[in-house]
Design a protein around this ligand. Sequence first.
Ligand code: MLT
Length: 271
Amino acid sequence: MHRQYLHADTRTIAYYDSAPGNTSAKVAVLLHAFPLAASMWEPQFKAVPAGWRLIAPDLRGFGGSTIDHEPESPSMDDYAGDVAMLLTELGVTSAVMGGCSMGGYAIFAVLRKAPRLVRALVLVDTRAGADNLEGRANRRSMLAKVDRQGASGVAQEMIGKLIGRTTAEERPDVESSVRRLIKQQDAAALRGAIRRMMNRPDSFSTLKAVTVPTLIVVGEEDTITPVAEAQKLAEAVSNAELVIVPRAGHLANLEQPKAFNAAFSNFLSRL
Ligand code: MLT
């Protein structure tokens, strides 16, 4: 995976692009989860379906993307605006929009801000509801943890939740690479993302208006956004297909890449 860079004013948006400059391929955009970065999509970049071009940006401050200054009230719209700007710069007028967890929240904002960009949806281990009171309190303690311990504290708290039980038992390599990736993330990016997730609205009405083909994927062992959340997504979207990935947790694409890639390429082949 080779990182590309878009320099926009005083900011840099880093992204992976499986076929830079290829204007004839169909495009699928993949947005990463919290507290990771675009490299979480490496197993998908290793198996890009023929005729497709994958683009995976690092959201603001994550991976190789920088933050200039954060707005007073950071929102998912900021991420959506960055994605729209990147696609415009690359000359992409519509794409399959895929996102894992927080990446899914950002896609709901793209649906509100720039619906014409979306030709199909891939929602991976995500949910449409906003945070409840308990969820917001957890975000506040996570913010305090970032202040005290930076990315290492976040890694310690989240790793056991992100990775499914089977992966934890059978694939320590996946767990250690996810832990490493989290520890590399910048505290400002983590803070910005936590505040954006806390502020995000309920997106069920956005989803109910969706008419494009939609693939919903969830790891059978996901405890952050369990199968029941994916079922709610599938009920909200009129044209949705739900795939439950066995033996995977919250990072289904990384934990069970073969099963994920099969569902993903099968879906793309019908577009
Ligand atoms: C993520 O995986 O992106 C986050 O865990 C989602 C969340 O905390 O709501």
